[in-house]
Design a protein around this ligand. Structure first.
Ligand code: PLP
Length: 384
C-alpha cells in the first residue's frame, strides 16, 4: 500500500491559518489574525525589480545570493545590527522561514532536541516536526516580563539538546529581549556547546525607534546563527527574501543545503531587496510610526476597558489576555469570529502558555483595527 510521508501527514497546521480558513467562510470579516503589513511594497523597490527583469536578470543566481546584495547586507548588519560579518557569511534565502529551515537542517540530525519558547511562532515547531527533531518548549515567564531567560533555558537542556531558538522582537508577544539577557543566552549556549539560532526578522520594527539588540553583537560569536527578513521591514512578504548570517563554515553548509531545496532566490526579488537596503529608509520609519500610533490607540482602548495585555515594544502584535471573558483564547476567538466577524489568532496556536490569550496584528487598516478591537473589548466584558 502506497503511503505518503508520515511527518507531513501528521504535521499540525498553524493555528493562524486555521482561523484564516474559517474566516474565509464568513462574509465581511475584520482580519486581525495575519502578520502581514497592510502597506504596499514601496515604489522604488518595485521599480528595481521591474528594471532587473527587463535587463534580463531572470536566470539562476549563485545559491548564496547575488554578490552586490551580500555586500550590502554585510554593511547593513555592521551598521544597523552591530554584527561584524564578511559577505561570505551572509546567505540570501527565500524568506526568513527558509533561512530557519535550512539552518536547522544544516545543524541537526533527526532525533536531536531543539529548544523553542512557549509561546512562540508556530512554524518552529512545524520545521522541527518535518525534520524529525524533538521540540522542547521553555516558558517565557511573566516574572521575566516574557523575555527569554538563560536560567529557564538551562533548566530545559538535556544531553540531546542541539539548538536553542530565540526570537526577539518576539512574535506573538512584541517583547524585546535586552542586551544582557541575550548575552546570557550567548554565554550559556557557548559554554554548553550548543547552537543559538536567533530569529530577528522584526529587528527594525522597534515601535519606539532604533534597532533591536542582536544576539550576535558585539563581537563574533561562532555558534550564533542570526536570521533576518525583508518581509516585515519593507512590506515585502510576497517577495520571499530573507537572509542568515553565521560563521563562514556554517554559512557554507546553509548554502549547500539550499541547493536541493530552493537553489536560489529569484533574481528580480534580490534586486528589489538591494534597492530596499540601499535606498531611502523613510518608508521604514513611516510604517513603523503607523504601527506605533496604532499600538498606542489600541493600548488605550484595552487599558480603559481593563483588558490585560502586553504593550509591544517591537514587531506589530498585541498579546491580549481574554480570560476575563470566562472563555479560553480558542473559544474566545471562535465566538468573536462567528458572532462578531472579527478574526484574531487564539494564543494556543503559539503554545500552551498562550491558552488565556489571543493575538491581534497592528498591521491592519486603522479603521478596521479600531472597530475590531472595540468588538473584542465588548466581548471580553470590558466597557467600550
Ligand atoms: N520569524 C517570525 C517570528 C515570524 O513572525 C515570521 C513571519 O511571520 C518569520 C520568521 C518568517 O518571515 P518570512 O519568511 O516572510 O521572512
Amino acid at each position: 500500500m502506497r503511503k505518503p510521508s508520515k511527518a507531513i501527514l501528521h504535521m499540525r497546521r498553524s493555528g493562524i491559518r486555521e482561523i484564516f480558513d474559517l474566516a474565509n467562510t464568513i462574509p465581511e470579516v475584520i482580519h486581525l489574525e495575519m502578520g502581514e503589513p497592510n502597506f504596499a511594497t514601496p515604489a522604488h523597490i518595485r521599480a528595481a525589480a521591474t528594471e532587473a527583469a527587463e535587463a534580463g536578470f531572470t536566470k539562476y543566481t549563485p545559491n548564496a545570493g547575488i554578490p552586490e546584495l551580500r555586500d550590502a547586507l554585510a554593511k547593513k548588519l555592521r551598521e544597523r545590527n552591530g554584527i561584524e560579518a564578511d559577505p561570505s557569511q551572509v546567505v540570501v534565502t527565500p524568506g526568513g522561514i527558509a533561512a530557519l529551515y535550512t539552518t536547522l537542517l544544516s545543524l541537526c540530525n533527526p532525533g536531536d532536541e531543539i529548544l523553542v519558547s512557549d509561546p512562540a511562532w508556530p512554524n518552529y515547531e512545524m520545521i522541527g516536526h518535518v525534520q524529525g527533531l524533538e521540540v522542547v518548549r521553555y516558558p517565557l515567564l511573566e516574572e521575566d516580563s516574557l523575555e527569554p531567560s538563560a536560567e529557564v533555558v538551562e533548566r530545559h537542556l538535556t544531553s540531546r539538546t542541539k539548538v536553542v531558538v530565540v526570537n526577539s522582537p518576539g512574535n506573538p508577544t512584541g517583547v524585546v529581549a535586552d542586551r544582557e539577557r541575550l548575552t546570557e543566552l550567548v554565554e550559556l549556549t557557548r559554554h554548553r556547546g550548543l547552537w543559538l539560532v536567533s530569529d530577528e526578522v522584526y529587528d527594525e520594527m522597534m515601535l519606539d525607534g532604533g534597532v533591536a539588540p542582536s544576539a550576535a553583537a558585539p563581537g563574533a560569536a561562532d555558534h550564533v546563527v542570526s536570521v533576518f527578513s525583508f518581509s516585515k521591514t519593507y512590506a515585502m512578504t510576497g517577495w520571499r527574501v530573507g537572509y542568515a548570517v553565521a560563521a563562514a563554515d556554517i554559512a557554507e553548509l546553509v548554502v549547500r543545503t539550499q541547493e536541493p531545496t530552493t537553489s536560489c532566490v529569484n533574481g528580480p526579488a534580490q534586486y528589489a531587496a538591494l534597492a530596499a537596503i540601499e535606498g531611502p529608509q523613510d518608508c521604514v520609519i513611516e510604517m513603523r510610526e503607523a504601527y506605533r500610533s496604532r499600538r498606542d490607540r489600541v493600548g488605550s482602548l484595552l487599558t480603559e476597558a481593563g483588558v490585560p495585555h502586553v504593550r509591544p515594544r517591537g514587531a506589530f502584535y498585541v498579546w491580549i489576555d481574554v480570560s476575563g471573558s470566562g472563555l479560553d483564547g480558542t473559544g474566545f476567538a471562535r465566538r468573536l469570529l462567528v458572532d462578531h466577524h472579527v478574526a484574531v489568532t487564539p494564543g494556543a496556536a503559539f503554545g500552551i502558555r498562550g491558552e488565556r490569550f489571543v493575538r491581534i496584528s497592528l498591521a491592519t487598516e486603522p479603521d478596521q483595527l479600531i472597530e475590531g478591537v472595540e468588538r473584542l473589548v465588548e466581548m471580553s466584558g470590558g466597557a467600550v
